[in-house]
Ligand binder design. Structure first.
Ligand SMILES: CCCCCCCCCC(=O)SCCNC(=O)CCNC(=O)[C@H](O)C(C)(C)COP(=O)(O)OP(=O)(O)OC[C@H]1O[C@@H](n2cnc3c(N)ncnc32)[C@H](O)[C@@H]1OP(=O)(O)O
Ligand SMILES: Nc1ncnc2c1ncn2[C@@H]1O[C@H](COP(=O)(O)OP(=O)(O)OP(=O)(O)O)[C@@H](O)[C@H]1O
Ligand SMILES: O=C(O)CCC(=O)C(=O)O
Ligand SMILES: [Fe+2]
Ligand SMILES: [Mg+2]
Length: 333
């Protein structure tokens, strides 16, 4: 195994047989780093990442940090989620989602029915995840010192109901975001328990962040697809895949163009993870009209207008409204 491939194996924790193919660092005309012009495009220098870690993110588009969130904090987030599911608290702006396969089944007032909550920025305990200093230190390596928490999510992937609807199709998160520049956006995703291939861990296609935003739409899955779960229409099925098996508290940071998804949950338990998408406070909104993002923009707009019973909420507004400053200055977001 080459040195680079060995590094990939060590840092990703688990590696597909075919994933040992690594790409060379891209040569780019964009210079964003101070110390190594042209060498690093996707990361900034704040003296936290080792050169190896930076190089790994540059090449692969993700970086896994083991044991970053304490057991105690994860347990507190689990409790906060439980309280929401039991309706002991109500959180303004929160979106609760049930798996499409069980959405029409009888209502059960506990977490078993909930597959995902989004937009928990008004829940102080859950939002504390987005402000954890050890997370923000890493985030800063990608966004720079001005940091906005743009999108929050707790995923409670249910045991598959037999229709494979618990899968998340392969996608690029940028599809959902009308802001740029792309390299100043990053996701942090923390396992709230051991995640394995068996319970539907993240699956990533290393290096795909070097590409462009691809066309997304609903995959043709016989058993049904969850609302807004768009997938990349065409991706190379032979591209090496890495299954990110993680322990409770392990955290992966990944680029918004990295193609990723998650498999079926073939266990009896609910697989939990908490995540936040961050962007630099210096990012700016773009108009997605006429681009591949127009389909999701229309869906989001429709849902937002229905929820708030308002006539004209733009895709950009829906994001400006969700975003919260967590460090530095909110310059243009
Ligand atoms: C803005 C997104 C930003 C994401 C950015 C980061 C990347 C993230 C990648 C993703 O996670 S993409 C997936 C994100 N998914 C969403 O944002 C969906 C959020 N969920 C919702 O808005 C609601 O859960 C939903 C509108 C789907 C249903 O809420 P309701 O409170 O209206 O549910 P209700 O039980 O009243 O059901 C209304 C209808 O929706 C159907 N339904 C419920 N859950 C569903 C589901 N999961 N999928 C499809 N349809 C669903 C339900 O069967 C019913 O259909 P019928 O009218 O035909 O009877
Ligand atoms: N038909 C499909 N179209 C698009 N994406 C798919 C399809 N089937 C699976 N995926 C996606 O591929 C990824 C991995 O799928 P899956 O869970 O089947 O993993 P796997 O590599 O086959 O592992 P295992 O052998 O453990 O099942 C997930 O992101 C899943 O959503
Ligand atoms: O299954 C997961 O936890 C990942 C979901 C995901 O990639 C997303 O919601 O954007
Ligand atoms: Fe995603
Ligand atoms: Mg499979």
């Amino acid at each position: 195994m080459s040195q680079a491939a060995e590094r990939l194996r060590l840092l990703s924790g688990h590696l597909d047989r075919h994933a040992a193919v690594l790409r060379a660092a891209p040569t780019s005309t964009q210079t964003v780093t101070h110390s190594y012009p042209h060498r690093f495009r996707y990361s900034l220098d704040n003296s936290l990442l080792t050169p190896e870690q930076r190089q790994f993110y540059e090449e692969n588009g993700f970086l896994l940090i083991k044991n970053l969130v304490t057991e105690d904090d994860v347990n507190k987030f689990r409790k906060a989620f439980e309280r929401i599911c039991l309706k002991e608290v109500s959180v303004p702006g929160l979106v609760v989602m049930r798996d499409v396969a069980i959405a029409k089944s009888e209502f059960v007032p506990d977490q078993k029915a909930v597959s995902k909550i989004q937009d928990f920025q008004e829940d102080p305990e859950l939002f504390r995840y987005c402000t954890l200093p050890q997370i923000l230190k890493y985030v800063e390596c990608f966004t720079g010192p001005n940091i906005m928490a743009m999108h929050t999510m707790l995923i409670n992937k249910p045991p598959d109901a037999g229709k494979k609807t618990s899968r998340h199709p392969m996608h690029q998160d940028l599809h959902y975001f009308p802001f740029r520049p792309v390299d100043r956006i990053v996701c942090s995703w923390t396992a709230m328990e051991k995640v394995t291939r068996q319970n539907g861990c993240l699956v990533v296609l290393p290096g795909t962040h070097h590409g462009t935003l691809l066309v997304h739409d609903y995959p043709e899955w016989e058993g049904g697809v969850n609302k807004m779960y768009h997938g990349v229409r065409d991706y190379d099925p032979n591209h090496p895949r890495v299954h990110l098996e993680m322990e409770k508290g392990d955290t992966v940071f990944f680029h918004p163009l990295l193609i990723h998804g998650s498999g079926m949950n073939q266990t009896e338990g609910f697989r939990k993870a908490i995540s936040c998408h961050y962007a630099s406070g210096d990012c700016y909104y773009i108009d997605v009209k006429g681009t591949t993002q127009e389909n999701i923009a229309n869906e989001v707009k429709e849902i937002a207008e229905r929820r708030f019973d308002a006539g004209d909420i733009s895709f950009q507004d829906s994001w400006a409204f969700r975003g919260r400053l967590v460090q530095g200055e909110r310059v243009s977001m």
